[in-house]
Design a protein around this ligand. Structure first.
Ligand code: ADP
Length: 399
């Protein structure tokens, strides 16, 4: 069965066509700069064929159209007819408290999603545009919404409540929601396979370290706490996001730098994190290079990043009263041995012992980098959110 996975952003559309039986990627693509005259469409098949074109995609409907043309074209395609696509899985960033698991999209679900726009004003409208475009271009094909927040809906109130007047939770839904749930869930299942034990018996700390980064405490297959909050701005220092800061700093910065609320929000989201600390880049490859060349601020940025990860890992081990494995995933977690070393060094007290030789391999493949006698395993697991979405589609449709 072929499942199309769609991840729609405000001016982008990422897609993958997956054969769910063999859990095999058939083709994937990315449309960028939707709404501009010079949109870019990149497309690749699993056999190595790839193409890139500049065209004018005015909206998401035109992007879906362009995608379908490539997927079904005799030369470039992987399907002969549209009806080979049996279902569509949509990544939806925010499901609020309304959705604690993936769901078949109907008019009611779409209405509820629109009500969640307040909670994710940048992401959810784009996700909805993707859903509406698919409805128009591929009518009749079942569509499933898979939420970044759903995996974290198992957190207990003591973990998700902020110490603010309770009425704000009731009035506006102010609480911790958490994100990257699809990724944390995928690597949790892989970790259970690698450890040869059911996820329901394990205590895991999952570190999703990409441009956006979050940590998740997973106990018996359920998220019990996570570092992102009401929005994806909190928790770790990230590529360009500040992560958690003293809340009093917001009014202080606004006053001193004479910035509006919008400017300050953009400043914390886009100019901060390791980019702001280093003054060089949000990309860890640039930071590693600069730090290697003696740049003090690049080194500081890496140190701040890794120190925060280490603090969350320690905190969550405490919360769960133990841990079976630490998981590293996403761009930095999968590829950056220095960050993994900085996080896991001096953690013998917790039974965490990293094998330097095993850790050095930056190949981005699944591996256990702990020493043979380490009571806690340290696992590097490439994430695959699209595959997890396709698996969710299969589970929800019960096929
Ligand atoms: P997102 O999906 O949130 O945009 P990614 O998971 O792609 O982020 O991670 C991006 C980060 O991963 C960047 O900081 C990048 O430098 C880092 N990264 C990717 N590949 C490597 C590598 N080979 N070595 C070191 N860092 C890497």
């Amino acid at each position: 069965m072929k499942v199309l996975v769609i991840n729609a952003g405000s001016s982008s559309l990422k897609y993958q066509l997956i054969d769910i039986e063999g859990e095999k990627l058939l083709a994937k693509g990315l449309c960028e700069r939707i709404g501009f005259e010079d949109s870019v469409h990149k497309y690749a098949k699993s056999d190595g064929f790839c193409t890139e074109s500049i065209l004018s995609l005015h909206n998401h409907v035109e992007a879906i159209d362009a995608m379908l043309r490539l997927l079904s074209n005799e030369e470039t395609g992987v399907i002969k007819a549209m009806d080979e696509i049996k279902a569509i899985g949509h990544r939806v960033v925010h499901g609020g408290e309304a959705f604690n698991q993936s769901i078949i999209i109907d008019d009611n679900v779409l209405d509820t999603l629109r009500q969640c726009i307040d909670l994710a004003p940048i992401h959810n409208p784009a996700n909805i545009m993707g859903i509406e475009a698919c409805r128009q271009e591929l009518p009749g094909i079942p569509m499933i919404a898979v939420f970044d927040t759903a995996f974290h809906q198992t957190m207990p109130p003591k973990a998700f409540m902020y110490a603010l007047p309770y009425e704000l939770y009731k009035k506006y839904g102010i609480r911790k929601y958490g994100f990257h749930g699809t990724s944390h869930k995928f690597v949790m299942k892989r970790a259970a396979c690698m450890l040869g034990r059911p996820a329901e018996e394990l205590k895991l700390v999952s570190c999703h370290l990409g441009n956006g980064a979050s940590i998740c405490a997973i106990e018996n297959g359920k998220s019990v706490d996570t570092s992102m909050g009401f929005t994806p701005l909190s928790g770790l220092a990230m590529g360009t996001r500040s992560g958690t800061i003293d809340p009093a700093l917001i009014s202080f910065i606004m006053e001193k730098e004479e910035m509006s609320i919008e400017e300050t929000t953009a400043f914390l989201n886009r100019k901060s994190g390791v980019l702001g600390l280093s003054g060089i880049s949000s990309d860890f490859r640039d930071l590693l290079k600069a730090s290697g060349n003696g740049n003090v601020r690049a080194k500081l940025a890496i140190d701040v990043f890794a120190y925060r990860v280490k603090k969350y890992v320690s905190e969550y081990i405490g919360v769960m009263n133990g841990v079976d494995a630490i998981i590293f995933t996403a761009g930095i977690g999968e590829n950056n041995s220095l960050v993994r070393k900085l996080v896991t060094d001096n953690m013998e007290f917790f039974g965490i012992k990293c094998d330097c030789e095993k850790n050095k391999s930056d190949t981005g493949v699944e591996m256990d980098i702990s020493t043979d006698d380490s009571p806690v395993k340290i696992l590097v697991i490439p994430t695959n959110e699209e595959m997890e979405i396709a698996l969710e589609v299969k589970r929800v449709l019960n096929v």
